[in-house]
Design a protein around this ligand. Structure first.
Ligand SMILES: [Zn+2]
Length: 363
């Protein structure tokens, strides 16, 4: 598959669908065999093993605030595991359902290494081992008392291993399926799963989302600078107050932390194609998360299509640091949101309108 496949892909996209991130930055399978121009900068980036190890020892040093669990799943001889870290100001309250719940996932696509580095940075700041410039720790502490944050630092560990082995453009999981979110199934996608939730990675994420029942969920990617809200499968945002609140939040984040460079809006309306079965839409329509987002935190549009490390990740120290600082600050802006700023009531009444996954994917 190569150029000709890409053309067919474009044609399909006119009437059907494509996953996030966009075709503009997408590569095809043909790229995987080609060496990339810039290799992974090992001075800046942890290996997947080292990153998970760092996170586990961070948790070990802060048992009062942090806990870690490893969730495993598998089928047909394919196995995956996902590390989940839970932050709660006072650990014993982490199951307190009156708290404001935030779920963050990073590293869904293996080539987007920067996102997992951001997860480590956020956890280091939550544990108070690192600090954000200009952050008022006292006021932050008082707001963090009211939140529980679950962080998935590396959703697609098997795919990430392929990237580290040299397939720098790889964004599929360990058996060649592109995960586009909780609902990883899109028959028009270049490497769809065999059915919705066919992949262990997405099964784990669904289980986590349903049991944690977050108010905010953010799926963090790289490849461009953008802040997306529902819908991915329609070229508009949802109606009503929660949708307006989402847009206001994204506008603030763009002004304060993205230097007004971020594209904002519905994934489907902004990127120029509609993507079906994405995690954002599933979280909004099925799990009823009031505020589900996809953040794209970095992209280098000057990189050639085979230069994937450079296209998806900062390659120099200054940019690396800037991206981590800007986006860590953006996430702490979100942690400081008051639950009352979100239409939590809408979550309560939405639950009885729960629809089955089959209905969702048949729609
Ligand atoms: Zn991605």
């Amino acid at each position: 598959m190569g150029g000709s496949f890409l053309i067919v892909y474009y044609l399909l996209s006119v009437s059907f669908s494509l996953p996030i991130p966009s075709i503009a930055i997408a590569s095809t399978d043909a790229d995987l065999a080609q060496p990339s121009f810039i290799p992974i900068n090992r001075d800046l980036y942890h290996s997947s093993d080292a990153l998970i190890e760092q996170i586990k020892s961070l948790v070990h040093r802060h048992p009062d605030k942090l806990t870690v669990e490893t969730i495993r799943a598998g089928n047909k001889g394919y196995k995956s595991e996902i590390t989940v870290v839970t932050y709660c100001h006072s650990r014993k309250d982490s199951d307190d359902k009156s708290k404001f719940r935030i779920l963050l996932s990073f590293g869904q696509h293996g080539r987007e290494l920067i996102t997992s580095e951001l997860a480590l940075r956020i956890l280091s700041i939550l544990s108070e081992e690192q600090f954000l410039p200009k952050m008022d720790r006292a006021s932050l502490n008082s707001t963090l008392e009211n939140v529980v944050v679950k962080v998935v630092p590396m959703e697609n560990l098997n795919g990430r291993k392929l990237v580290e082995a040299g397939n720098l453009c790889e964004r599929r999981n360990g058996r060649g399926v592109i995960l586009i979110g909780i609902g990883d199934y899109d028959p028009y996608e270049e490497n769809p799963g065999i059915a919705p939730f066919s992949e262990p990675e997405t099964q784990i994420m669904r289980k986590l989302a349903v049991s944690f029942d977050p108010h905010i969920w953010i799926n963090v990617h790289s490849g461009m600078e953008a802040l997306f809200m529902p819908y991915d499968h329609k070229n508009r945002t949802p109606d009503g107050l929660p949708s307006q609140q989402m847009r206001l939040l994204l506008e603030e984040l763009n002004n304060v932390h993205c230097h007004n460079r971020c594209m904002i809006g519905s994934g489907g309306g902004s990127v120029g194609y509609l993507a079906h079965g994405t995690a954002t839409d599933y979280m909004y329509d099925v799990v009823r998360v009031p505020m589900p987002f996809t953040f794209e935190i970095y992209g280098d549009s000057t990189a050639t299509t085979k230069d994937c490390f450079k296209m998806f990740n900062p390659v120099d120290h200054t940019t690396f640091k800037r991206v981590l600082n800007d986006w860590a600050a953006a996430f702490f802006t979100i942690f400081k949101l008051e639950p009352r700023q979100i239409d939590v009531q809408s979550k309560a009444h939405k639950v009885d309108k729960w629809v089955s996954i089959d209905d969702y994917f048949d729609a």
